[in-house]
Design a protein around this ligand. Structure first.
Ligand code: HEM
Length: 509
């Protein structure tokens, strides 16, 4: 018997193969590690949900805290979506200026997709030819200086009506819910600008539309599983009722918009050009387009862009008025100084019109400070990367969701002295403005996707505030002390006070 151990002929091959496989695996692993070493740092993540549990109810605050540990460029995993969070002026400049072209798309989300008629709008549509055409219409036709001026009488009339209604409360010593007043004012103005109709005129169902817009706001600001778990999310959204709710809101808003469009088509022939509202302008563009026009506008485009104007214009302006009044109620020195400036300039005139606003320099500083301290869009409108780029030496890959935490940047001690103090004087002799060139101060965003409605938004806010401060003295209700005023923020799409702001007006003689 042969005592030699027989070695199967395939064994050396197997050994060779497995060592090769091991070496290759090691090499691939090393490659992967090098690549992931170049990814931005971020907190450890849980299986499936990633870092979703770390967002909390006020994500701008939670992410500010995380950025203190992981730095101004962080990578999180929200469900299956890689998410870049930038939290300093320098890194915001890279995203919004150096790599603006790489970072100027928008993510596809369930709520914005449905409510924008599958991205026929401008604000939520991804970057591309369609967005360029829609943005051109916005800048040249809908929000141009001339068009915004043509709506001046609407703003002045609506502010005067608000002042009248507050006068009635003041004569009976009743407190006024300023959160509600500023929201209604913005809603009325945008409604007249967009539809040419006031809710007061009847015909349109005010309460229903206001309710729908607020519901739509809330659904856009809430968590939709399909945004973070594309495979199973739709199923989850159906079980939780999210999907049904979104369909119902879309359907009801659509009926409303259609009613407004039909109404405009019926009355088209009787209108002067200078009385055109946004729907008139869009219907004219649609009527005059030819087969070779770059964009073929349909009624759905008109509805989608109208939705943007409501969502971008109403909540933002209302939030700024609300935060300014809350900060002034907490800072009587600033309130007094702003009132003295306004009353000295306006004197006995009795009402403030838009042409007076340019003289009110301190009021402008107060508004700036509120925009720094409480920017309505804490993360701008979220963006999505289109191609790979490198930020602070870290790689960011295409289809990464991007949050620019402008709320945290406005409170960054690297950029601001005493950032936690509401101090409008910080802007005296300062070159800083909000037009998107100073990256420590970005309430309107910057770059290609920066806000095209800034001019209109500011005119509305400044006029409302100037009148509120000219006509009334304001105090806190029920002997509440300044330091006890609740400045908590509400969770949601835009940054509002959590508890409605209620103040007691006294008519200034
Ligand atoms: C004080 C009031 C306002 C504030 C604070 C504000 C803020 C913003 C911010 C932060 C963005 C995102 C910018 C970015 O991603 O870089 C934005 C976009 C936008 N805003 Fe405003 N906004 C205001 C008023 C308005 C008004 C009155 C309108 C129109 C009636 C408007 C229309 C838009 C539109 C259409 C976009 C999307 C632009 C795009 O994606 O190309 N905004 N706004």
């Amino acid at each position: 018997m042969n005592s030699e151990v027989q070695i199967p002929v395939w064994l050396p091959f197997l050994l060779l193969f497995s060592s090769l496989f091991f070496l290759m695996k090691k090499k691939i692993g090393a490659k992967r590690r090098t690549r992931s070493n170049q990814l931005p740092p971020g907190p450890p993540k849980l299986p499936i949900i990633g870092n979703l549990h770390q967002l909390g109810s006020l994500p701008h605050r939670s992410l500010q805290q995380l950025s203190k540990k992981y730095g101004p460029v962080m990578l999180l995993q929200l469900g299956s979506v890689p998410t870049l969070v930038v939290s300093s002026a320098k890194t915001a400049q890279q995203v919004l200026k150096t790599y603006d072209l790489e970072c100027c798309s928008r993510p596809l989300l369930a709520a914005t997709g449905r409510l924008s008629y599958s991205y026929l709008d401008v604000a939520f549509t991804p970057y591309g030819k369609h967005w360029k055409e829609m943005r051109k219409i916005c800048l040249l036709e809908l929000l141009s200086v001339k068009r915004v001026q043509s709506f001046r009488f609407i703003r002045e009339e609506e502010v005067a009506l608000m002042i009248d209604s507050i006068s009635q409360s003041s004569s009976s010593g009743n407190p006024v819910n300023l959160s509600y007043k500023s929201m209604s004012l913005n809603m009325e103005v945008i409604c007249r600008v967009a539809f040419g109709k006031s809710f007061r005129d009847g015909g349109l169902d005010v309460r229903k539309f206001q309710g729908l817009v607020q519901e739509a706001f809330s659904i856009m600001g809430s968590f939709s599983a399909s945004d973070f778990f594309p495979r199973v999310g739709r199923f989850i959204d159906r079980i939780t009722g999210m999907h049904g709710r979104l369909q119902r809101i879309f359907h009801d808003l659509d009926l409303f918009y259609q009613e407004v469009i039909d109404d405009h088509l019926r009355s088209e022939r009787h209108k002067q050009e200078e009385d055109d509202d946004i729907i008139d302008v869009l219907l004219k563009i649609k009527k005059n387009q030819t087969d070779s026009s770059a964009l073929q506008i349909t009624h759905d485009h008109i509805k989608a862009i109208t939705m943007n104007i409501f969502f971008a214009g109403v909540e933002t302006g209302a939030a700024v008025v609300e935060w300014v009044m809350a900060e002034l109620a907490r800072n009587p020195r600033v309130m007094k100084k702003a009132q003295e400036e306004i009353r000295n300039h306006i004197g006995e005139k009795g009402k403030i019109s838009e042409s007076d606003i340019d003289q009110l320099q301190y009021l402008k500083l107060v508004v700036k400070e509120a925009l720094r301290f409480h920017p309505p869009g804490a993360f701008l409108i979220p963006r999505e990367s289109r191609s790979q780029f490198t930020i602070n030496g870290y790689n960011v890959y295409p289809k990464t969701l991007i949050y620019v935490n402008v709320w945290a940047i406005g409170r960054d001690p690297e950029s601001w002295e005493n950032p936690g103090q509401f101090y409008p004087e910080r802007f005296i002799d300062s070159p800083l403005d909000y037009k998107g060139h100073h990256f420590e101060f970005l309430p309107f965003g910057a770059g290609r996707r920066g806000c095209p409605g800034m001019n209109m938004g500011l005119l509305m806010v400044e006029l409302a505030l100037a009148n509120l401060l000219y006509h009334f003295d304001w105090k806190l209700p029920n002997g509440l002390k300044e330091e006890d005023l609740n400045m908590e923020e509400a969770a949601g799409l835009s940054n509002h006070v959590k508890q409605a702001l209620v103040l007691v007006p006294t008519k200034h003689q």
